[in-house]
Write a protein that binds this ligand. Structure first.
Ligand code: ADP
Length: 401
């Protein structure tokens, strides 16, 4: 039977599911992709095949607090009923935080799980959701190997100086340092640069992952040397609902002068700030674009987003000592031509020459002329997880005899 790899990306209210099998060339090929959303409320399960045909589209029983376990078991049952010539061989997980220890995918055992739980205080809003399905699989399917792939891992090769805050050693020693995130996305981009944008593969590139979460990463010959997210996924660019870089003094003001407790301040900075907070309208770029002509808040939110990208871009160009190209990805980076155009016009100082028609058409190349180049490259974090599973597990590479 053909070994299938189940890739899970678990969030607070959703579980993204993908299934990969080894292709003819050994590279993992996507078989199914699905989603359970509305966990904790009225969950809904949808799954499609490689061609995008919907294979199941179902409301699940209201799941209450235990939504993740019930959803995962439903997915497991569906996969078992539709397995055909495949055999579920392993489960791979997107895990937001791998701390300093994990610079590569790792097979999960008791010691690894304990270490990942120790990292929960570093990512309290994300890590617990990532770990929950790992525990469910261990309990329900104890023989199934599991692999964790980390959003932080790709950045662990950065120079030490790029990972430090100017804090007392005892604070840095407790793990208060820059980790960086979106690493699976950047690792994927770095892995395909040679095919998509050969001139950039060996160059100095800023990759811009612009989605609900947003960050920039400086790639020097495909390796991360600096990134805008830091200790948490709150730092750097403004995002859908997150504030991005904020003077730590403002946090003290929220606590002392506005009377927020730490949980309220955290919720405000993670869920009520960014594009949503500034616009007072929406965290969704499509909605902001649709109202920009008539809604001042929507315009300001977009302008601030573009301005902050420009500022952070300049900082990363300095870290790289120059720039050969920009790569845009994520929901906004891949689809919002107006954001790309504004960023590239703002970066004319670095020699970028926007090709308006190519940008409006979605690229992939967005510039002309002899200066640095810009490209759109769709990201694929789940493919990176499947590749990570292939790197550490024999079970998913070799068909059983
Ligand atoms: P996540 O970080 O949750 O994976 P995505 O990468 O899907 O998020 O990005 C979501 C963002 O992409 C939203 O702001 C959405 O408005 C934006 N987006 C998606 N499609 C388009 C589009 N066609 N035009 C402009 N923005 C888009």
């Amino acid at each position: 039977m053909i070994p299938a790899s189940l890739v899970l990306n678990a969030g607070s209210s959703s579980l993204k599911i993908q299934v990969f099998v080894p292709g003819d060339d050994g590279v993992p090929q996507r078989l199914y992709q699905g989603l359970v959303e509305g966990l904790g409320g009225a969950p809904h399960f949808i799954i499609r095949d490689r061609a995008g045909t919907v294979l199941a589209d179902e409301r699940l029983a209201a799941s209450g607090a235990d939504g993740h376990e019930a959803a995962l078991l439903h997915v497991a049952e569906w996969l078992s009923a539709h397995r055909g010539a495949h055999r579920l061989a392993a489960v791979g997980h997107r895990v937001v935080h791998g701390g300093m220890a994990y610079a590569a995918p790792v097979r999960i055992d008791d010691a690894v799980l304990a270490e990942l739980e120790r990292l929960v205080p570093l990512a309290p809003l994300h890590q617990p959701h990532n770990l929950a399905p790992i525990r469910v699989v261990r309990r329900r399917f104890p023989d199934l190997p599991q692999v964790a792939c980390f959003d932080t891992a790709f950045h662990r090769g950065q120079p030490e100086i790029a990972q430090l805050f100017a804090l007392p050693a005892e604070v840095s020693g407790r793990g208060v340092r820059r980790y960086g995130f979106h690493g699976l996305s950047y690792a994927y981009l770095a892995s395909v640069l040679g095919a998509s944008a050969p001139a950039l593969a060996e160059g100095r590139v800023v990759a811009a992952h612009l989605g609900n979460g947003a960050s920039l990463c400086a790639l020097d010959r495909g390796r991360s040397i600096a990134t805008t997210m830091g200790f948490s996924a709150l730092d750097g660019l403004p995002m859908g609902t997150r504030c991005g870089s904020l003077d730590a003094g403002a946090v003290f003001f929220l606590l002392r002068e506005m009377g927020l407790d730490p949980d309220q301040a955290e919720r405000m900075l993670y869920t009520r700030s960014g594009l949503l907070g500034v616009s007072g309208l929406s965290n969704d770029m499509r909605v902001l674009r649709a109202h920009a002509a008539t809604h001042a808040g929507a315009r300001t939110a977009i302008d601030l987003f573009v301005y902050r990208i420009g500022r952070e871009l300049g900082s990363l160009v300095a870290a790289l000592g120059g720039i050969d190209g920009i790569v845009f990805t994520g929901g906004i980076g891949e689809n919002d031509a107006a954001t790309r155009a504004a960023v590239l016009r703002g970066a004319a100082w670095a020699g970028f020459c926007l090709d308006e028609a190519a940008n409006a058409a979605g690229g992939p190349r967005l510039t002309d002329g002899p200066g640095p180049q810009a490209f759109v490259i769709p990201t694929d974090e789940e493919a990176m997880i499947a590749r990570g599973m292939h790197a550490v597990l024999d079970e998913v590479r070799q068909p059983a005899l």
